[in-house]
Design a binder for this molecule. Structure first.
Ligand SMILES: *[C@@H]1O[C@H](CO)[C@@H](O)[C@H](O)[C@H]1NC(C)=O
Ligand SMILES: *[C@@H]1O[C@H](CO)[C@@H](O)[C@H](O)[C@H]1NC(C)=O
Ligand SMILES: *[C@@H]1O[C@H](CO)[C@@H](O)[C@H](O)[C@H]1NC(C)=O
Ligand SMILES: *[C@@H]1O[C@H](CO)[C@@H](O)[C@H](O)[C@H]1NC(C)=O
Length: 307
């Protein structure tokens, strides 16, 4: 470990994202104050209005907020009242997975019960972070997302669509055509699936997901297929979509949303879409090959979901 020369009691294995005053009362000693959640969101200045709405809502609910600036623009956020209360990290042209791998090591964020790793093109008119978390806790969801308002959202996977008069759901049904899903289905995309624009991870699930993220991949697609392995148990039970607190996914051409196929042909500022898309297809194969290689080489590994 390299720490043998230190007396045990002085060793501090974790940290958090909280800010401390340089003088005055020592806030660390204030045991009554423990934010339960961290919101980490990849942002560009073009989405300032949307991000302002999102961040305000989370700060009001006592979250710690971290902004990953992928366009290098930081100062233009300073006029927002909350700007000094959030953590700004700026690295050009990186995706939220890159930021998360680099800056959200599980030991660093161990102080938070839940990690929200979100894109910026979301509208939260019908979403309250505190109520969301109370549902997630009662339902014991380790990996979750708010449902998408289908009328207004860019929807990629039907399991994420909001259901009326439902609190949350874990399963999606499809009785016609290929890829059927019924009450006996045990694998994604029928169960154990959330999309990656607004995932919420428990502390334990995040510890697992962080290890799954490959530093060199942009992870546009494909990661969601394996997420169920981080569900800390049965993925048909511990992964779910919360209907009562729901959001709109706008599917804007942001770095986070760079895969939205419907936006083909739009003008893009941050990257060459066709090149990124090509890279994403290639990466899916790379990730799948790495997974298969790891499975083959690890003689002790047993697929928990293989009946
Ligand atoms: C401790 O935290 C609580 C809850 O946020 C706050 O109301 C209180 O003012 C804090 N006390 C000190 C001494 O900072
Ligand atoms: C699900 O499994 C049960 C028990 O094996 C069976 O009776 C039922 O018909 C199955 N449902 C479907 C839709 O296949
Ligand atoms: C970021 O991407 C833009 C658009 O592709 C490009 O013009 C710029 O040079 C890139 N910046 C860096 C630092 O790679
Ligand atoms: C975008 O990427 C494609 C595929 O790699 C390439 O053919 C094209 O020249 C690139 N366009 C620009 C503007 O860089």
């Amino acid at each position: 470990m390299g720490t043998e020369s230190l007396p045990k009691g002085i060793i501090s294995t974790s940290s958090n994202m909280e800010m401390h005053p340089l003088w005055g009362p020592v806030s660390e000693n204030n045991k009554s104050h423990h934010p339960t959640g961290l919101l980490a969101i990849a942002v560009g200045i073009d989405q300032k209005g949307l991000v302002n709405q999102i961040v305000k809502k989370f700060l009001e609910n006592d979250f710690v907020v971290m902004l990953f600036h992928y366009d290098g623009v930081v100062e233009k956020w300073n006029d927002l009242g909350w700007s000094d209360r959030v953590i700004h990290v700026s690295v050009v042209n990186q995706t939220k997975w890159w930021f998360a791998k680099r800056f959200l090591h599980p030991d660093i964020v161990d102080g938070y019960e839940y990690i929200f790793l979100w894109d910026e093109d979301l509208k939260l008119d019908n979403f309250h972070p505190g109520r969301y978390l109370s549902i997630v806790k009662e339902e014991a969801l380790e990996i979750s997302q708010p449902a998408l308002d289908p009328g207004k959202s860019e929807v990629h996977h039907p399991i994420t669509v909001r259901r009326q008069r439902s609190r949350c759901h874990r399963r999606y049904y499809k009785f016609k055509g290929g890829g059927r899903c019924d009450e006996n289905s045990t694998a994604p995309p029928c169960v154990g699936w959330v999309e990656l624009m607004a995932p919420v991870f428990s502390r334990a699930a995040w510890r697992c997901v962080w290890h799954l993220i490959q530093n060199d991949l942009i992870h546009a697609w494909g990661l969601d297929r394996q997420l169920g392995y981080c569900a800390q148990g049965d993925r048909t039970v511990k992964v779910g979509v919360v209907d009562e607190e729901y959001i709109v996914h706008l599917g804007l051409p942001t770095l986070g949303g760079f895969l939205d196929r419907s936006k083909e042909g739009d003008m893009y500022k941050f990257d060459n879409r066709s090149a990124v898309r090509l890279r994403s297809y290639i990466e899916m194969g790379i990730f799948r090959d790495r997974w298969n290689k790891a499975v083959n080489e690890d003689e002790c590994w047993v697929d928990p979901f293989n009946k």
